[in-house]
Design a protein around this ligand. Structure first.
Ligand SMILES: [Cu+2]
Length: 439
């Protein structure tokens, strides 16, 4: 307490805090039914997603050329220590929530965090528990889920830990939202956020528009899936892919594993990731267990489950949901195909008078904390049974330099265009970034 703060001032402060607490209590009890999207009877809540904050290990390709990479403590096939969220949604009805199965996910955080999808106006519940850090039992950090850029009416569910709830080790919290604004978002842990964000507690959130399911014709084609409630089909698409960008600075990851403190002003990314992987692992299908060699042995990608390949057929419209939760700007170029940017930061590009604010480009600029919705029409196929390849990559040269490894890119993947009659990919996309039906 400052010596300048008088006893009277201190009492006033205390009374103010007490009044604030009483007000919050009243607010919660009287308004919960109006503002909270779920009934408050705790036993009836079944979350859509269940996340477990913990640590783990990721695999990045290369033979290693620094003191900090690969980490000599990494398990075989892995190179780098991470924090992250494990996907324990399969246990979302477990009672008690932190079951033995869930505890088994300690040190199995995935990179990137689970992709979450909601519908506009859905009663959206995300359960979070904290399993602690296996490699750093001395760190007893809490974790949170914060939807970045999301208009949240209830601060308690915001995840910013100084003004809302954080989840200590062994505890469980249900975040409750009512998403009103469709678009492409991202979420991250907000506890010690410079560290926890960079260590990997980051993932995408998509809110689908209420317009989905109704038919709108645009450019002579009819769509039933849209990026926004556009009213005219201009954001309609056939397939959609999340392109989630983040970074790894080897020194900080090594430091966290080896009980050292990084100086964040020395920040310099060594790896640039798409969906938690770096090229050429970005080209492998969902759930691929074996990636490019890491330090001479096959990479273990079991905790990096998301492919970054964009599959489509000629003439289809494809929505790229580009998200950047790294610390440096990305310039994502789609070589040979023009994209139309229709949304920025979960906002459709419309002027005040409903004028069309979308624009064509070959390079989408995605700053840290920003999202870009870009739609392209797949060009005509060149013929034959195979696919045509177009590179999607970060044109900032350090974004594909990748720790100096020869032939290794960073934020690079492929758009693969098949003929209209091809049956190499499902006629209708099974799920977002879901290529599990592909060989
Ligand atoms: Cu955290």
């Amino acid at each position: 307490m400052s010596k300048r703060l008088s006893r009277r001032g201190f009492l006033k402060l205390g009374l103010g805090a007490a009044a604030g607490a009483a007000g919050a209590q009243l607010f919660l009890s009287s308004r919960a039914g109006h503002l909270s999207p779920v009934a408050q009877a705790a036993t009836t809540i079944t979350p859509k997603y269940y996340l477990a904050g913990t640590d783990g290990w990721a695999s990045f390709p290369g033979t290693g050329n620094t003191h900090f990479y690969p980490d000599p403590w990494a398990p075989t096939g892995k190179t780098s220590y991470m924090f992250g969220f494990a996907n324990v949604s399969a246990y979302k009805t477990a009672d008690p929530p932190v079951s033995a199965d869930v505890l088994g996910f300690k040190q199995k955080a995935q990179s990137c965090a689970p992709m979450m999808y909601f519908d506009e106006n859905e009663s959206a519940v995300v359960r979070l528990t904290n399993l602690g850090l296996a490699v750093r039992p001395d760190l007893v950090d809490s974790h949170t889920v914060h939807w970045h850029g999301f208009q949240n009416v209830i601060p308690m569910f915001d995840g910013e830990p100084s003004t809302s709830i954080a989840v200590p080790i062994g505890r469980v919290f249900d975040y409750s939202y009512k998403p009103y604004e469709p678009g492409t978002y991202m979420y991250h842990c907000h506890f010690e956020d410079t560290e926890h964000v960079h260590m990997g507690m980051v993932g995408p959130v998509v809110v689908r528009p209420a317009q989905n399911g109704t038919a709108h014709t645009h450019g002579g084609k009819t769509f039933t899936k849209f990026a926004y409630n556009d009213g005219d089909g201009s954001t309609g698409y056939n397939r959609e892919y999340v392109i989630f960008l983040s970074e790894v600075w080897n020194e900080s990851h090594w430091d966290d594993a080896h009980i050292q403190l990084p100086d964040w002003t020395d920040y310099k990314a060594d790896f640039y990731l798409i969906n938690g992987r770096v090229y050429p692992d970005t080209l492998l299908p969902n759930g691929a267990a074996v990636g490019a060699p890491t330090n001479g042995v096959p990479g273990d990608l079991r905790d990096q489950p998301y492919s970054a390949v964009v599959h489509c057929k000629e003439g289809e419209r494809v929505l790229l949901r580009l998200i950047n939760l790294g610390f440096t700007k990305a310039s994502m170029t789609l070589a040979g195909i023009r994209m139309r940017v229709v949304g920025l930061d979960a906002t459709q590009l419309r002027g005040k008078t409903d004028a069309d604010g979308s624009y064509e480009t070959s390079t989408a600029q995605v700053g840290p904390g920003e999202s870009v919705d870009a739609i392209f029409e797949a060009p005509a196929h060149s013929g034959g049974a195979g696919y045509d390849t177009y590179l999607l990559y970060n044109r900032n040269i350090q974004g594909i330099s990748n720790n100096g490894g020869a032939g290794l890119g960073g934020q690079m993947t492929e758009v693969r265009v098949y003929s209209a009659s091809s049956n190499a990919i499902p006629a209708v996309q099974v799920g977002p970034n879901d290529l599990s039906s592909l060989a």
